[in-house]
Design a protein around this ligand. Structure first.
Ligand code: PLP
Length: 427
């Protein structure tokens, strides 16, 4: 069989994909068409231009046999990123060790430059990781803790990060204090005080979740960081849900450490993330895996994991192009519009409990809803079984309900179906 025919039958042959040749000559398929369409926002208010969002929807790979309102775990990739990633894997497979030995480093460094520009940070403060968990564990496990050092975490922080601090409690003798964050704060100061009222002379670190995954609540991170810095306390930010979701440049927060996953809101392939670390801290943090290649003050020492798939890292640049073609501001505005679209229709129904502030300064796409008489799991099960709507049950000490997360490809029709389902269940 001809090679081309075989590849086409196997579904591998992609438009514009060079079948051989050096990797740096690679150009992704569908690129120009996709981006041109996305950049063309002819409507005066693109946030509500359903014709535009229909085009965006057509560019995503999403399930058709149920309505996916669980986009918080990870986001489907747009076709342009998915195909770039697959084609890059094919390309590297063709180039074999040649790519790994002679081209990998340049490709990774180019990604670092592109991602640093996107985040507004210095390339020498940016680690390319597999996810938030790896980024934050690098800091929490690698910090030179002394017995009795105190850390302040939030009552709704992500479980793996709490586990990482608890490990240090056992291993290094640190003391964990827990800030009580209200579900719907009355003011930023209330949140800042929840952390700062726990500060003592032994407090070394505050760990905060920029957007709480359980509810979607956005915390006033900059105010907490500034208050902590006045007391000489370092701040670690879990930005898993705010990056490429909320329109901000993470470097402007001036956190000491900030990590996120890019397979969430940047729509990268699974297993892409980053850690930003202020230059002055690099030398004192131990890497998770020992490195013998870079000096102790080189940010790259944190990337030592042995052989790993470079195509995942390289695809980050393609995902940034897709994101930028829509634009950070429009993306945030649309996601908040989608949240408010359904929340405003159900929040006043009796038996309905909203666990997320419904204001744009305190939330993005994610909201959490409970219905009286249903446990979170019963509600999630009913939505799936009777209405084919996929959400996730959140049965947490402080929050009980289902987390509902639309994405850019979510249609208003999907949200109308969700609203009707809630009205019927609540009645
Ligand atoms: C707030 C928060 N932090 C960290 C993580 C961990 O992300 P990952 O599994 O990609 O490391 C998540 C995952 O959902 C999250 O919601």
């Amino acid at each position: 069989m001809q090679r081309k025919t075989f590849l086409a039958q196997a579904g591998i042959l992609l438009t514009g994909l060079p079948m051989t040749g050096l990797s740096n000559s690679f150009t992704g398929p569908m690129k120009s068409d996709t981006l041109l369409k996305l950049e063309d926002k002819s409507n005066e208010n693109p946030v509500v231009d359903e014709t535009y969002w229909k085009i965006v929807r057509s560019m995503f790979n999403y399930p058709k046999d149920f309505i996916n309102l669980e986009n918080g775990y990870f986001s489907p990739q747009p076709f342009s990123t998915e195909q770039f990633h697959q084609a890059k894997e094919h390309d590297i497979n063709n180039r074999t060790s040649w790519f790994m030995r002679r081209e990998q480093r340049d490709a990774i460094e180019q990604t670092r430059i592109n991602l640093a520009e996107f985040l507004g940070c210095d390339t020498e403060e940016l680690v390319l990781t597999r996810n938030t968990t790896e980024g934050l564990n690098t800091v929490i496990s690698g910090f030179p803790w002394q017995k009795g050092d105190e850390v302040i975490i939030g009552n709704q922080d992500y479980g793996s990060m709490v586990a990482a601090f608890k490990q240090q409690e056992k291993r290094a003798g640190i003391v964990i204090k827990i800030a009580q964050i209200p579900l719907v704060p009355k003011s930023d100061e209330e949140v800042v005080n929840a952390y700062m009222s726990l500060v003592t002379s032994k407090t070394k670190v505050i760990h905060l979740t920029h957007m709480i995954n359980l509810s979607g609540q956005l915390l006033p991170a900059k105010k907490i960081i500034d208050a902590a810095h006045t007391k000489g306390i370092e701040v670690i930010v879990d930005a898993a849900h705010s990056i490429a979701h909320i329109d901000f440049k993470p470097a402007e927060l001036e956190a000491d450490y900030l990590a996120a996953s890019l397979h969430k809101w940047l729509c990268c392939p699974l297993g892409a993330g980053f850690l930003m670390m202020s230059k002055k801290h690099i030398i004192k943090i131990w890497p998770l895996m020992a490195d013998d290649e870079f000096s102790a003050d080189n940010i790259r020492k944190f990337e030592h994991q042995g052989t790993k798939p470079p195509q995942t890292v390289i695809a980050i640049s393609e995902a940034i192009k897709f994101h930028n073609a829509i634009g950070s501001k429009l993306k945030q505005d649309r996601l908040q519009y989608l949240r408010n679209y359904w929340v405003s229709k159900v929040q006043d129904i009796s038996n309905v409990n909203m666990n997320t502030p419904n204001t744009n300064d305190r939330s993005g796409a994610i909201a959490n809803i409970g219905v009286k008489g249903y446990t979170p799991q019963q509600l999630a099960d009913k939505l799936l079984k009777d209405y084919k709507i996929f959400t996730v049950a959140i049965d947490h000490r402080y929050i009980k309900g289902v987390r509902v997360t639309p994405h850019l490809y979510t249609s208003l029709d999907d949200l109308d179906k969700f609203v009707e389902a809630i009205k019927s269940i609540a009645s």
